[in-house]
Design a protein around this ligand. Sequence first.
Ligand code: URP
Ligand code: ZN
Ligand code: ZN
Ligand code: ZN
Length: 514
Amino acid sequence: MRAQHLAAALALVLLACGAAGEDILIKGGTVVNADRQFQADVLIRGGLIARVGPNLQAERQGTRTLSAAGRLVMPGGIDPHTHLSMPFMGQVTCDDFFSGHAAALAGGTTMHVDFALPVDHDLLAGWDAWQRKAADGVMDYGFHMAVTSWSDKVAADMGTLTKMGVNSFKFFMAYKGALMVNDEQLLQALRRCKELGAVPQVHAENGDAVAEGQARVFAAGITGPEGHALSRPAALEGEATARAIRLAQFVGAPLYVVHVMSRDAAEEVARARQRGQRVVGETVASAIACDESSMWDADFTRAAAFVMSPPIRSKEHQAALQGALAGGLLQLVGTDHAVFNSSQKAAGRHDFRIIPNGVNGLEERLHVVWTELVASGKLAPTDFVRVTSTAAAHIFNVYPRKGLIAKGSDADVIIFDPALEHTLRAAAHHSALDTNIYEGYKARGKVLTTISRGRLVWHEGRLNITRGSGRFVPTPTHGPLYAGLDAVPEHSLFDVARYGGVPVRRAGDAPASG
Ligand code: URP
Ligand code: ZN
Ligand code: ZN
Ligand code: ZN
């Protein structure tokens, strides 16, 4: 957040006193949920949605009435993939839980799930560290936990974390020598997730091949950000995606593939779903709106801003990912918001391998998804709600509390003007980042108002937030990805008990006569 925004936010904190307690009545809008859209007013009280229906009237003195005529009233966005205050590649992402949340709210996102990293491979120490970081937050958040090693203690700690409200664990198949796990570790972890009813997530790239590709590209004298794109092609993402999917099938676990960046990976997800496997594919805003040519920009700062992994790819991949969302082959859009200032990215000025990986998007995601997919006619507004909010609420098992405008749900609501056009710029954003991969992007449709748990936090271009007002949202295990799965026998690929209906011999069986 820039200084002038910070000052404005602090000034507004004074105005915010008592705001959480006031009723808010949204009049005359079109409510859009993932299943349908309809004309209705929305009454908010005590942080919850109290009523949804025609011709609602204020029921209490001091009710704040907001007109939504000609506008859409939608569930706040849920970003399933962020990295706030994350130590990574020798740097720490420059958005913390305050500036990151400010950015999110200004862009209509009211909940995110951040990736906590273990501290020295210790999951519980990682949990403590992330809870401390999040104490500065101003909106709802959940945690995934990364698993970067394997031991009995890690397995036990995963169980402990599920009791504390973590229902998802991420495994990196890349970042060799740092976060990467091997197939043996991944298999054990997938099995443990299945035992716990937790969602296993993979960063799918072949880390060994990436390391080799990086060495080869660098040895060829390519040191700039374009070397990042060249050194880790889509085939390596497709390979790892297929491998993770097959290992999950072997174990009988569902699988969530994070940041699907290529046609290759999207096709593997689609094929798995077609065979009846429970696989979820998440793509990210940068993958559907940007292309790799930016990494060839002559300006290092501009080019390095686009460096993330797996890489942003060609326009053909971008179109394929948009098509996969439109066709229901991929299920949701996150951001992988992991931001490093230009001074931090400059660490890799002479070697693309040490440019800290990550791009922005937490503030821009809803605008980018609307512009790319709804304004272009590929997705209906209801589908927009599904891919930006409801799908994440389902998968991480917080639906219908989140991801829905209905009586009793949390009052996380946005008012969206589909007709308003605006331009995205670093100078106007609320992230602490000094660049923006969407610099100059012409967005169609704009979030006018964000309500977070009944508080009017973004309205008329101003933030109204209170440091420390954020809240951890526990995500319970055994969500929809597991519903009915217990009835399916494990090791369906490895059915040793039968061969063509004939029982097999086992050690200890009586020897066959004759
Ligand atoms: O480049 C990226 N994606 N940075 C964040 C870490 C990760 O792999 O998600
Ligand atoms: Zn990743
Ligand atoms: Zn990530
Ligand atoms: Zn700002």
